[in-house]
Ligand binder design. Structure first.
Ligand SMILES: Cc1ncc(COP(=O)(O)O)c(C=O)c1O
Length: 440
């Protein structure tokens, strides 16, 4: 079977987070990928401005990863990790523990960012119960946060559209205000100046809820709601408040992890250490689904020692530590280390920032934000028809050979970290052309 053939029937696949009717009326298909490019079924080259979905950080078609997966598939397709183990899962955890920030070196494997978020929330609840603070049942997220689409992640998440269709949410959830202050921080480069005080809203929640808060979960840089970079000092303040009030701090690093900001993790980039980090995407370079939760030894040991014996944490997935995913993770981590992808990002980030901000003054651009190799370009919506301009710009870019992601009317860019300057130029030139056509 030639899998690059264009399918002639699009009916059966109920596509995720997609306007199925309009997509199927006018599909955009990707059939092959290599380096920083996708190719359509007709063979047209499309520069990947989004690393797939913020996940193919080391670039497409990495032979080292494909070969590691193939080799493992030949040795052993699957083995359980409930009451049994297999060497490559332990090896993947050990390699990952070397790559995660110092102090976060106990690893729970999942299959996705959503599962990582729900796992981290459950670890936080189990931790407090184990140390005799079982009254801490409340989970705090943030407006405009995204933590996947499980019930836990959805509930602590702060995206209205993702919640209102479903009614029931987790009880005992509250939210911090988002950190987006366009009137003060518009066109800020990197971390904006204003807004560290927004972390103090946690003090108000503590006054309201007393000692019942178990954890705060935030994305260091909110990706899915349009690249919201934390104001200077904000994450540090949040860390201090969590420590002062006995609350665990969880960083959701599904997007910011794996060298995206110029360090292995955002925790290192911002110099703020959480108690728990969730990750997925870049962990395996997206070649096989895998997520993980890294916790401090203190968290791990507390949960273990709080248990009377037997199973200490009643949680896990059939595919936690799946051999093929473990093989992909080991190969992916090695690429990050050997090619120093974080160093590459640090070198390229000033050029990226300059190129992104060159769009200031282009039609409809109301704000530009950046951090590491991420940029968000916010557009003025069509009056009374939010998202329409964003989707039209996405289509124009795709027709012109560039894949971008839009969230509402914000264009989000997060290319493979192997990108070069000429590709950076092409990304912003193409986007500029799309905006000018939009204005014509
Ligand atoms: C910060 C964050 N958390 C969680 C998720 C969910 O990951 P997944 O789609 O793998 O479940 C995402 C996905 O984009 C994300 O950006």
């Amino acid at each position: 079977m030639n899998i690059t053939l264009r399918p002639n029937n699009l009916d059966a696949f109920w596509m995720p987070y997609t306007a199925n009717r309009s997509f199927k009326a006018s599909p955009r298909l990707l059939a092959r990928a290599e380096g920083v490019f996708y190719y359509t079924p007709e063979g047209r080259e499309v520069l990947d401005g989004t690393a797939g979905l913020w996940c193919v950080n080391a670039g497409h078609g990495r032979r080292e990863i494909a070969e590691a997966i193939k080799a493992q598939a030949d040795v052993m397709d699957f083995a359980p990790t409930f009451q049994m183990g297999h060497p490559i899962a332990f090896e993947a955890a050990a390699r990952l523990a070397e790559f995660t920030p110092d102090g976060l070196d106990r690893i729970f494997f999942t299959n996705s960012g959503s599962e990582s978020a729900d796992t981290a929330l459950k670890i936080a609840l189990a931790y407090h119960r184990a140390r005799g603070e079982g009254q801490r049942v409340r989970l705090v997220g943030r407006e405009r946060g995204y933590h996947g689409c499980g019930f836990g992640g959805m509930s602590v998440g702060g995206i209205v559209a993702n919640r209102r269709q479903f009614g029931a949410q987790l009880p005992f959830v509250d939210h911090l205000p988002h950190t987006h202050l366009p009137e003060k921080n518009r066109f800020a480069r990197g971390e904006p100046e204003h807004g560290a005080h927004l972390a103090d809203a946690l003090e108000d929640l503590v006054k309201l809820h007393g000692d019942t808060i178990a954890a705060v979960i935030v994305e260091p840089v909110a990706g899915s709601t349009g690249v919201l970079v934390p104001p200077k000092g904000y994450l540090r303040r949040l860390r201090e408040l969590c420590t002062r009030h006995g609350i665990l701090l969880i960083f959701d690093e599904v997007i910011t992890g794996f060298s995206r900001l110029g360090a292995g993790f955002a925790a290192e980039h911002f110099g703020v250490l959480p108690d728990i980090i969730t990750m997925a995407k870049g962990l395996t370079n997206a070649a096989v689904p895998m997520g993980a939760v890294a916790v401090t030894r203190e968290v791990y040991e507390t949960v273990l020692e709080g248990s009377p014996g037997g199973i200490e944490f009643f949680h896990g997935y059939t595919y936690s530590g799946h051999p093929l995913a473990a093989a992909a993770a080991i190969a992916s981590i090695r690429i990050h280390q050997e090619e120093d992808l974080a160093g590459r990002v640090r070198d390229l980030a000033p050029y990226w920032q300059e190129a992104a901000h060159s769009l200031r003054g282009a039609p409809f651009v109301t704000d530009i934000r950046d951090c590491g190799l991420i940029a968000g370009v916010e557009l003025e919506p069509v009056k009374d028809r939010p998202t329409e301009r964003g989707m039209r710009v996405l289509q124009r870019c795709f027709d012109d050979g560039l894949l971008v992601r839009v969230t509402g009317d914000i264009v989000a860019l997060s290319p493979p970290l192997t990108i070069e300057r000429r590709h950076v130029d092409r990304i912003f030139d193409t986007l500029d052309r799309a905006l000018r056509k939009e204005a014509a």
